[in-house]
Design a protein. Sequence first.
Length: 671
Amino acid sequence: MKKLLTLSLALAATSAFANTDNTLQLEDVFQLEYASQPTIHPDGGYTVFVRNYMDIMSDRRLGNLWRVDNKGELRPLTGGTANDHSPTWSPDGKTLAFVSNRTGANQIHLYWTDTRDSAPVTRLTGSPSNLTWSPDGKWLAFTMFTPSSKAPPVSLPGKPKGAEWAEPARYIEKDNYRFDGAGYAPDGFTQIYVIPASGGTPRQLTHDEFNHGGQLTWTGDSQNIIFSANRRDDAFEQPNNSELYQVAMKDGAIKQLTDRNGPDRSPQVSPDGKKLAWLGYDDNYKSYQLTHLYVMDLNGNGVPKLMTTELDYSVDDVKWSDDSRGLYFSYDKEGKGNIAYQSLSGSRRVLTDAMGGLSYTRPYSGGSFDVSKSGDLVFTMANPYRPADLMLQTSKIKRKLTSLNEDALAHKELGRVEEIWYESSHDDYKIQGWIAYPPNFDPTKKYPLILEIHGGPHTAYAGSFAAEIQLMAAKGYVVLYTNPRGSTSYGVEFAQEIHHNYPSQDYTDLMDGVDAVIEKGFIDEERLYVTGGSGGGVLTAWIVGHTDRFAGAVVAKPVINWYSFVLTADMYNYFTKYWFPGLPWENQEHYMKYSPISYVGNVKTPTMLLTGESDYRTPISESEQYYQALKLAGVETAMVRIPDAPHGIAGRPSNLMAKVAYILHWFEEHK
């Protein structure tokens, strides 16, 4: 029996297939940078953004604030080993507020444009989020977790002075008691605070035992703050049913603004203070539902108006035009990030479909943008060969403002990325995907193929840079990644194909993609491999339970048993309500029909498991089940456990390296 692989062995194993040419190497991960959170100065002359980088000493992604003018001249605003983020301008443009840990704990900092100085202006005991200036520039609002002390029901008597007893037992009775990436939840709630713009003592505005997180927006008179929250007593049974509220600066009085079955979130008051825009939908308990844009008057008699009735794509990141006559928003369509302008009269025009690039590890869609008072856009740009840079687009010009990775990647030989469309053999759906070719690809040769499957499952891959994909291609693999049914950005019908039906025909979509690449004539059919994480891990385990065409598989952070998953995952009240027809003990046949564990007796493919030990989204107990089942079934297997890693394994650069190294090690072992 093979011993459990260790991270050090996998990293060492990479030397066995290291390239001598100038392709992307594992250690190059620490050289990557990307732009995010563009924030245009009120005068429109320049943009402040977060320049994200990988710190090799702390093994963390960090970021500093930089400015870039409309001609592309770069200049740092902050520096050092810190994580600066969430920049937001005061209305007069004289002061920039941001959050930073540069003094130790996360605090609110201010940067003054006249002196170019910055300093912390708070001494908070928690981490502030959702910074928002009041229209008069006198106040900053933010949200912060606020602990509440609660004595345990049991205290042990008889402990002598100086005795070293075990840590006291942890008593848990809250509904949602742990969260992926955050661990076990302390007692308390997220509350709304305000602080004078010049600094001073924060004042707590909300006090009830509800979470008041998410985006904040001020009313035009700077007297009220509008927010989203689920303040229902039965919020655990209705996890998706939030409303919009406003809280008064004067006395903390709370007024409810919306009332319907479904989420209402991301409020934005128009610059003239007369209208409110937000995102939401009428909940019909589907696993995927379109997010729409709504607008209503703030005169006390507002009736919500749906602005995106015919748009078959989910809306995100809404921003008002300066004249309050329309809104800008983003949405993904066919793996591309679109930015559109929507007038209140109903007309809409798409301004660009080139936004993206924020997911530098795997090629997920999604980006960010800002818009100036004159309507100029600055957005993160999708590029298959570079992580996100900033692009300026006006009515007259399009200009790339940054080139953050030319020093690290311009001299590298990266794999060429090609878009592919093919037809599903199950029906007439057209499936989109991408092929990454090895550097110096020769179509007369035969290459091994890796099918790499995205998670979610309601997410989408895009034609963006992905370090994991490029590292696989650099080792001589053709890599196929696709958006099978269930993926977003192809309309609600396509995404809802897997509602109460997952995995299903998405397996067929994936196999058809493999066949489409094989038909091109350069794939070695004896060296087909498959891997994926989260939802991609589910599908990888499903695949090896339904075919033995692959020479090796790596199942990353999977769900193996839907019954045990919903009883151990952090969002269990959501999953049971939206992903399944009912509770597991009332629907056992359904749960097990779609569980990969039910088909473990069919598996012949050598299969490795890879999961973070602190993953509470798809707990490592799922991987342990499959590992032991495969052992009992006599299938060659191994398990890789990433210490302290949550669901987002690649959150630390060395873990990204280890993940790819182990995947390639397993595939090289099974040529």
